[in-house]
Design a protein around this ligand. Sequence first.
Ligand SMILES: C[S@@+](CC[C@H](N)C(=O)[O-])C[C@H]1O[C@@H](n2cnc3c(N)ncnc32)[C@H](O)[C@@H]1O
Length: 384
Amino acid sequence: MHLHAYLRSSETIINLYDGAIPFASWLKNYFREQKKFGSRDRRMVGDLCFCYYRLGKAFEEYSLTEQLLIGQALCHDKSIFIDELKPEWSGVSSGTLKDKLAFLLRENNGVVFPFLDEVSNDIEKDAFNLSHLVQPDLFLRIRPGKKEIVLQKIQTLAVSFSVEGDCLRLPIATKIDDALEVDKEVVVQDKSSQRVLNLLQHQTSNTECQTFSAWDCCAASGGKSILLHDHFPQVQLTVSDVRESILHNLKTRFSRAGIASYQSFVADVSSPQFHLNEKFDLIICDAPCSGSGTWGRTPEQLRFFSKQKIEYYSLLQKSIAVNAGKCLKEGGQFLYITCSVFVKENEDVVEYILQQTKLRLVKQQYFEGYDEKADTLFAALFAL
Ligand SMILES: C[S@@+](CC[C@H](N)C(=O)[O-])C[C@H]1O[C@@H](n2cnc3c(N)ncnc32)[C@H](O)[C@@H]1O
């Protein structure tokens, strides 16, 4: 395909996509139906679209074609589109992101993240804003006892990688499924997500050899539960989620991960009718959220997320956290987690929990990923 044809195809796609499902899944389906795109075409068009979404609404007054080109200029050091169609911009390609933005935006203020006023003051806003122009990396967590075999296998992939403890960083498009046994040897888990239970570790050091009970009340497909199990294999685990279908995924993953002993149930923990007879030593409340700390991976959200939804999530998080908190044993710990950077979903929820329950705040912090091509998470540890 010709460069102009790539641009036209990307424009068609952007005009068709409505934000209802993640763009990556939508695009996969689109390409499956449109047989004319070869693998190079898919790569080129996909890249044009993703770089366009990374701009958020910062260049809205420009035409779609211009925005596609600006996306290339900002998100890549070198792009064939710039070399061929905008050679006058080539000079800025090697500058810093800030320089590039200043050159391309002229009068505009350089804000690609649309809700900076909602972002916590603990987040370095300039760096966070600019991070959306950079594609995050792929992170794997190496499971206990698997490091040697994983590192051997990873060499066969012939890709650049780095390892920090159990955290393996790879280029985003690395195909790992053929080389590694996902969930058995490694878990696909962002770097910040891998660190989030560290808040807990020193708190639970006295239970390290004893069994203790834990409830992951918004378990989804079990990312945090597998992490917890790997930190504390003696844990007596209970998992639940409002979606039965996601618990099926969890069961499949648990079976691959070798976790056989656990309880599971479906429950809407936000409901006023929610009640559980059991109490736990540890509750992990990885609440549904805007995901605003992960939009580097889903940049279409910079355009499609509506601000009213922040309030919706905040209310949901408050009711889930307060209801779940009632199931904590005296002396137990409650870990509230989101992958959001918004005050209303984090600090405000913490305040609400303190007002509405007997929980004490031990520590709260952001796990920042915006300087290192990773996600940003928030976690608050409470004790009773
Ligand atoms: C951020 S995800 C959890 C991710 C998971 N802990 C992990 O590490 O893979 C939030 C989960 O909360 C669930 N959820 C949403 N509303 C809920 C509710 N009212 N009660 C219980 N779970 C809920 C969603 O279905 C979703 O799977």
